[in-house]
Design a protein around this ligand. Structure first.
Ligand code: DGY
Length: 319
């Protein structure tokens, strides 16, 4: 019997056709709207594989429904949308897309840092609103990145690619991980405690995976330990942060600014409390969104599905 693959968002023909040559494929034909949950559960019932996005909750209910399922290829390096324990119990291989998105995501982190430091969004808004009254000495004056202390929470491959970009900025790099990062020596980066990271950094980047340990790590107490000139940048997951605490920290000047690509509950609407706040740079989760990288991510998912359904080892299995 032909095996079935469920693809939960529109992908390009060049990727889709590889799957179609060998399998029956259901693809949700929208690039923007997520596949409704009910339909996902219906389609997954007789599926052997699924190519999912981080917007799908791959949980016990789904595994209970999907009796034939052998592999879920998640189009992201993060996999906090997947219940790994239940996947294991059900003998379903889970794969993600590490490495292919590392440089692109690091570039976005760097963009956020510079944008926040130099008040780029605010300056642009002022100009576009016709409110620019002319040059003056401290008009839209921001802060420098060069020579500063940069703290990376989660010195994995993305954190390291971000830190590598600081070469030439004459910065001091510190980081916090559970243990020493294999990238640290090359970067001349110093392992510090979480509190030291908060206390010493001028820019704190959150690039860690979301786990029980890192969930809501950035709360009132954490922001309270940061310098009042510090900027907080998040390219990890929204749930690393207690958003109400971050709002308060920025509003009261406990920290200088925040630059966020991720939110606790996405997408956010224009009523979200962060919208319209001064000193907040907000992006709609586009960390890995370059065309080339998204192509590579989709191809890696396709390759993982093909391998597992053809009895070979997956390329990037989540352990
Ligand atoms: C990831 O890969 O986990 C990103 O957040 C999606 O681009």
């Amino acid at each position: 019997m032909t095996k079935k693959v469920v693809v939960t968002r529109q992908i390009k023909d060049e990727h889709l056709n590889q799957l179609k040559e060998k399998f029956e494929v259901f693809m949700w034909d929208s690039a923007g709207e997520p596949l409704p949950r009910e339909q996902f559960l219906e389609e997954i019932k007789d599926a052997d594989a699924a190519l999912t996005m981080l917007s799908e909750t791959v949980d016990a209910e789904m595994f209970e429904t999907a009796k034939n399922l052998k592999v879920v290829a998640n189009l992201a390096v993060g996999y906090d949308n997947i219940d790994l324990e239940t996947a294991k119990e059900n003998d379903v291989t889970i794969t993600n897309t590490p490495e292919v998105l590392t440089e692109t995501t690091a570039e976005l982190a760097f963009t956020l840092m510079l944008t926040s430091a130099r008040r780029v969004i605010k300056a642009n808004r002022e100009l576009e609103a016709g409110d620019w009254t002319g040059w003056s000495p401290y008009h839209m004056a921001g802060t420098d990145v060069f020579g500063k202390t940069i703290g990376v929470f989660g010195m994995g491959s993305i954190g390291a690619a971000f830190a590598r970009r600081l070469k030439g900025f004459d910065c001091k790099i510190i980081y916090h991980n559970r243990s020493e990062s294999k990238y640290a020596a090359d970067l001349n980066a110093e392992l510090v405690s979480f509190d030291e990271l908060l206390e010493q950094s001028d820019f704190v980047l959150c690039a860690a995976p979301l786990t029980d340990e890192t969930k809501y790590k950035f709360d009132k107490s954490a922001f309270g330990k940061m310098k009042s000139e510090a900027h907080f940048i998040n390219i990890g997951r929204g749930a690393h942060v207690v958003e109400a605490d971050l709002k308060e920290a920025v509003e009261t000047g406990e920290i200088a600014a925040a630059a966020l690509d991720v939110f606790d509950g996405e997408p956010i609407s224009k009523d979200h409390p962060f919208i319209g706040m001064d000193n907040m740079t907000l992006l709609p989760h586009i960390g890995s969104a370059s065309v080339a990288t998204r192509d590579n991510m989709v191809q890696l998912c396709v390759d993982n599905i093909m391998n597992v359904l053809e009895g070979k080892a997956p390329l990037t299995q989540v352990k």
